[in-house]
Write a protein that binds this ligand. Structure first.
Ligand code: KG4
Length: 340
């Protein structure tokens, strides 16, 4: 089955064709990052308007690059939640029109389930159950993935997402948006013990996380140094910051995998690209004899191939919708779309 997949939840317009869930036939991604960089973050209206100008062309290009024609498409999958509502609506409306005109099923997909599915594309042998840490610009959750469409949240951030925290720390250090990669570059060669940054714990919720105190600590260090005219150890601060984020994420995910008795640990989302977090997971999994799965960089960030992959498993579970399908800015990963 060949699924045309559409993703437009934030600042990437993406279209892909995926065959039987696991084979990418094409994967087109158009980033808007340059349009938003001057504002230091994503401007929702600019995102929606940009999606609307390119989504149709990108979908056509995905079909063509797959070596197919429109009549070869068997279903259309689309990210329906969570994300910027205006941005989501562009993709959802396009997908509904495409599915209707082609006479094929419409499959609604949860964006973060898609990020998890990026690992199925990268690792043909990977099957649930496993624990997955989903770390992106908008989400930081530890998920018990019991099956392809059967999952529940074990822990989540109470405030900022890990990626958001990287972006805000980068901003106060005068680095461009999105801040993850510039922060990683700045941290190269830096001493990760240069600054004593907080690692928050939430009483009674061992898998929950909080990044707002860490963000505030970085802001205060930068402002205090500026006020006192002291020189900042910028690489040291970036390295200490990455260590604090990693120390918050890795032990919790490992503990969650231990609690469930799973031998597999999976990481997903844009922040999974971070070298410090990857290295700490590699060491922790090696120490505990667990197998680690982290997608290659091209599948870490937002893309539509991951939506086509998850769409296949949603289709197999009977999660097929129609012309009444809505989009939602927020939605838990363990909820199902109301099908219409
Ligand atoms: O998954 P993603 O592409 O989009 C969302 O669904 O949010 O994640 C984007 C986030 C941004 O906050 C970006 O700064 C962060 O991922 N990111 C990184 C790295 N590469 C991207 N954070 C830390 N280190 C990186 N190497």
């Amino acid at each position: 089955m060949r699924i045309l997949a559409i993703e437009s939840s934030c600042d990437e317009t993406a279209a892909a064709v995926v065959e039987d869930g696991r084979t990418i036939l094409s994967n087109e991604v158009l980033s808007q990052v340059d349009m938003h960089a001057i504002y230091g973050g994503v401007v929702p209206e600019i995102a929606s308007r940009s999606h609307i100008t390119v989504v149709s062309r990108l979908a056509g290009s995905a079909v063509e690059k797959a070596g197919l024609t429109k009549s070869d498409i068997d279903a259309v999958a689309v990210t329906c939640a969570p994300g910027l509502i205006g941005a989501l609506l562009v993709g959802v409306n396009f997908a509904k029109g495409a599915a209707m005109s082609l006479g094929v099923p419409l499959i609604p997909v949860h964006h973060v389930r898609g990020h998890i599915a990026a690992n199925y594309l990268a690792f043909p042998e990977l099957e649930p159950p496993f624990v997955c840490l989903c770390i992106s610009g908008g989400n930081t959750i530890i998920v018990d993935v019991r099956g392809y469409t059967d999952m529940s949240i074990m822990g989540a951030t109470h405030d900022d997402a890990a990626g958001e925290c990287f972006d805000k720390a980068a901003r106060v250090l005068g680095l461009p948006y999105p801040g993850g990669v510039p922060m990683q570059k700045l941290a190269e060669g830096g001493d990760d013990r240069a600054y004593d940054l907080p690692r928050a714990r939430i009483d009674g919720h061992p898998y929950d996380m909080s990044f707002s105190g860490l963000k505030t600590a970085v802001v205060n260090i930068v402002h205090n140094a500026a006020q006192k005219g002291e020189e900042l150890d910028r690489p040291g601060l970036a390295a200490s910051f990455a260590a604090a984020v990693s120390d918050t994420l890795v032990p919790r995910t490992m503990a969650a995998a231990r609690e469930k008795g799973y031998g597999k640990v999976v990481v997903a989302g844009g922040v999974a690209a971070n070298v410090r977090i990857r290295a700490d997971f590699e060491a922790a999994c090696a120490a505990e004899g667990k197998k680690l799965y982290v997608p290659p960089l091209r599948l870490c960030g937002d893309n539509a191939a991951m939506i086509g992959c998850q769409g296949w498993y949603e289709y197999l579970a009977g999660h097929v919708s129609g012309a009444g399908q809505d989009a939602f800015a927020t939605m838990d990963i363990d909820s199902e779309f109301q099908l219409c």
